[in-house]
Design a binder for this molecule. Structure first.
Ligand code: ADP
Ligand code: MG
Length: 261
């Protein structure tokens, strides 16, 4: 009988360590995201959530640990503080398949919303401009800001800017998306516009790693929740277990404080 093996995770991290000089920020972290899964990363400020996301797309270089992307291992040269990716073309290829959405939107201020969305598909992926525009317009429609295609980011509300940033991320047709506190710079009212889009992406079965302070969102959309504390995974599990039956005192305290705000 032929055994069907489970497909490789889209993202697999094993034993990730990252220090800044003497500060050990990540102390051996394992995270896996299979296709269609939403993994939420929660934890107090300074626990290493952003650093972990930045290590995944190699904006930061972890000093130890393995990163695999759809089964392909990142190649390293050197050890510890001297570690660097061995193959820059591999890094570029992997990065184009992993779109990141930042807390501060990071749109290009000198480009219209439409130009922001088509820029990388045209220049990096060499897509035909007309097709890129059609796809960009469909994505702007999807996130509810098609009428803003020809304005500059400064003319948009924060919620609209973040939705433009999500459209820009989607335009790369990524294999996975990384979200770093996508709603935390927004007023509660605008936050909901963005939450709605993230919920929609989760329903579509997009593979995502989501760092969020929004526990309701994490509870509703995640397949798996990871609680990071001082650079290690203190507790993890299904949203029902992590939120409904937290075992460690640290997670209990964290959730209690999160509900209070
Ligand atoms: P979180 O996103 O969970 O709030 P971060 O990953 O941003 O946490 O930060 C974890 C720790 O690493 C913090 O103590 C922070 O000050 C430190 N840190 C983050 N980036 C840098 C950097 N580039 N240089 C030095 N220290 C950093
Ligand atoms: Mg952060």
């Amino acid at each position: 009988m032929i055994q069907q093996s489970k497909p490789e995770p889209v993202i697999a991290l094993r034993g990730i360590h990252k220090s800044y000089d003497d500060l050990e920020v990540l102390r051996g972290v394992d995270v896996r995201a299979h296709e269609g899964e939403v993994i939420s990363l929660i934890g107090s400020s300074g626990s290493g959530k952003s650093t972990l996301l930045r290590c995944i797309n190699m904006l930061e270089i972890c000093q130890q640990g393995d990163i695999r992307f759809c089964g392909e291992a990142v190649h390293w040269s050197g050890d510890g503080p001297n570690r660097a990716p061995a193959d820059q073309t591999q890094v570029v290829r992997m990065r184009t398949q992993l779109s990141m959405v930042f807390q501060s939107f990071n749109l290009w201020a000198h480009m219209t919303v439409l130009k922001n969305v088509i820029e990388a598909p045209v220049t990096v992926l060499k897509r035909q401009r007309g097709e890129a525009i059609d796809e960009a317009m469909a994505l702007l429609e999807k996130v509810g800001i098609a009428d803003k295609a020809n304005v500059y980011p400064a003319q948009l509300s924060g919620g609209q800017q973040q939705r433009a940033a999500i459209a820009r991320a989607l335009a790369m047709r990524p294999k996975a998306m990384l979200f770093d506190e996508p709603t935390s710079a927004l007023d509660p009212e605008l936050e909901q516009e963005v939450v709605k889009v993230i919920r929609q992406l989760a329903c579509e079965g997009r593979t995502m790693i989501l760092v969020t302070h929004d526990m309701k969102l994490a509870r509703d959309v995640s397949n798996h929740v990871v609680f990071l504390n001082q650079g290690i995974i203190e507790e993890e599990g299904s949203p029902e277990t992590v939120f409904g039956n937290p075992k460690t005192e640290r997670l209990q305290k964290f959730l209690h404080a999160s509900v209070a705000v």
